[in-house]
Write a protein that binds this ligand. Structure first.
Ligand code: BTN
Length: 255
């Protein structure tokens, strides 16, 4: 970790902590949330050397991307807290549309895709105390000016789309404004409606990969707790609360 300039974003009433380089903004945020920092404290780093993704994966975190963790002291009940992560993904979709007229979609549980390529991912970390969340830390990683080191065409950066360097500060400001607005007026039912409008998961044949198994079927709905409902190929319904969701295009094309 290097310098730690601290800035108050007066317009959005945020306390933003900027770093040059960190292990992971999740690590910094965890320490801050455990030492009673205020609601809507934000940690941003230019790069991370141990960036973390979902399902114990690494998150490539070279300079040029946006790496942010937003600390929330949730007001909602634990079973409604999916609304914050859904909101975060929707705020990314909105910002891409506002700034670049890029249409992006949300994929269950928390990815943001442009066509079928991933532009942003979201990781959450929580702590409970007597059936209440003490904190909910939402980590958001967005590929902006960083080059994607993958030969699989699964991910994309904004710079690949717009073909010119993006103003990272401008993007960060616009995103923070949208996130603050979404997080401050959170209503799980509305968020779920909005999520369904912008999703690319429902109505598709999917494979949900868990640590030790996979569930295959048609993604038919998301319930009031943000879980995905799958109609399996034996016609039984299964409710899935976590996992990697792979959209099975090949199977769709066969049908
Ligand atoms: C995913 O696997 O899709 C989630 C990726 C989350 C990456 C972000 S970058 C900011 C924050 N710090 C981390 O180490 N991870 C999250």
């Amino acid at each position: 970790m290097t310098d730690k300039p601290h800035k108050i974003d007066i317009q959005n009433n945020l306390s933003i902590h900027y770093y040059e380089s960190v292990s992971s903004t999740m690590d910094i945020a965890r320490k801050m949330s455990q030492s009673n920092c205020p609601d809507h404290t934000v940690v941003i780093a230019k790069k991370q050397h141990c960036g973390r993704g979902r399902m114990q994966r690494q998150w490539q975190s070279d300079q040029g991307g946006l790496y942010m963790t937003w600390i929330i002291r949730p007001q909602l009940k634990p079973d409604q807290c999916f609304a914050y992560t859904f909101s975060a993904a929707l705020a990314v979709v909105l910002t891409l549309d506002q700034l670049f007229k890029i249409t992006a979609h949300v994929k269950w549980p928390n990815d943001v895709l442009i066509k079928s390529q991933k532009i942003a991912g979201i990781l959450t970390e929580t702590q409970f105390e007597s059936n209440r969340f003490n904190y909910l830390n939402i980590g958001i990683g967005i590929n902006i000016n960083n080059q994607i080191k993958t030969d699989s065409f699964e991910a994309i950066s904004i710079v690949d789309m717009v073909q010119t360097e993006v103003d990272l500060n401008m993007f960060t400001q616009a995103l923070c404004k949208n996130l603050k607005k979404h997080f401050s007026n959170i209503d799980a039912n509305n968020i779920l409606k909005l999520w369904k409008m912008h999703n690319c998961t429902l109505g598709n044949h999917v494979r949900i990969v868990l640590h030790d198994c996979a569930i295959e079927g048609m993604a038919v709905d998301v319930n009031q707790e943000g879980a995905l409902i799958i109609e399996k190929y034996n016609n039984q319904m299964e409710t899935v609360t976590y996992g990697d969701c792979i959209i099975e295009k090949a199977r769709c094309e066969l049908l």
